[in-house]
Design a binder for this molecule. Structure first.
Ligand SMILES: [Zn+2]
Length: 269
């Protein structure tokens, strides 16, 4: 790629004049200190940007009868952690930016739909080892693109960036990276934190925490809700969300579903 830009001297002079003017006029004291940089926001796992507005969706998962599925320990928008303790107010107004599912270390984590591996890496405190998947409308049947982040993984996932994955495919193992210390103590808290963001397009880049313009946090349960609605499987209670799932053998239920719970369900209610 070549950059062929004509240098515009008049524009440069105007900019220089503006810059000098800005230096010459002292800013009011309150504006002299810039707001804390994004990296200084003392959150990492729960959401990406302190300005984000997180509100509970009111959706309730309905897991299949006669099956054991890993439930939500702390829902999206919740002011409390899995243990009932209050979330700190400095992190997104004390609201949870995803869902937590308590899991034994090493539990297989499944792609919630077909998609593409966008990123993986090792974050620090509160973030841990993570994986980003991107799901196109063609993958899910939804009207929007889904960007899903799996956190606190046990190890760096072996799936490659750019690789395509199938719904229900094992893409990572759950862990507790990034959770030890502070509230959870030295032992940490083994769980999956799943964050989902939606966009109108598939060209989103992912910032340090995933918050980018046009990429909005939302309740992962909305994916299952919207998929059911799209399939004409509306429930009597609009807030009740039937959860499609994969069995341990990889079978998707109900058959033909394009979205599944990120952890396999096992027989036995
Ligand atoms: Zn969480």
């Amino acid at each position: 790629m070549t950059l062929q830009r004509t240098f515009d001297f008049s524009a440069a002079k105007a900019l220089l004049a503006l810059a000098l003017l800005a230096i010459a006029i002292p800013a009011p004291a309150a504006q002299r200190n810039p707001p804390a940089a994004r990296e200084e926001v003392p959150d990492a796992a729960e959401a990406a940007d302190g300005r984000e507005n997180i509100a509970p969706s009111g959706l309730q998962p309905v897991f299949p009868a006669q099956m054991r599925c890993a439930p939500i320990a702390s829902p999206y928008g919740s002011p409390t952690r899995y243990d009932g303790s209050a979330r700190p107010s400095w992190a997104f107004g004390g609201r949870h930016g995803g869902i937590d599912i308590s899991l034994a270390v090493g539990t297989p984590l499944l792609a919630l739909a077909a998609g593409t591996v966008m990123a993986k890496g090792e974050g620090g405190m509160l973030e841990g080892i993570y994986l980003w998947l991107r799901h196109a409308p063609a993958d899910t049947g939804l009207a929007y693109w889904v960007y899903a982040k799996y956190q606190h993984l046990d190890a760096l996932p072996t799936v490659d960036i750019g690789e395509t994955v199938k719904a229900g495919q094992v893409v990572a193992r759950s862990g507790k990276t990034g959770t030890a210390g502070r509230h959870y103590g030295p032992g940490g808290y083994p769980h999956l934190h799943l964050t989902t963001r939606k966009s109108t397009h598939g060209e989103q880049s992912l910032g340090p925490r995933g918050a980018e313009r046009g990429l909005f946090l939302f309740d992962p349960l909305a994916i299952y809700h919207d998929a059911a609605a799209g399939a004409g499987a509306a429930t009597a209670d609009a807030r009740a969300v039937p959860i499609p799932y994969a069995g341990a053998d990889g079978t998707l239920n109900p058959s033909g579903t394009r979205v599944v719970w990120p952890v396999a369900c096992a027989p036995g209610g």
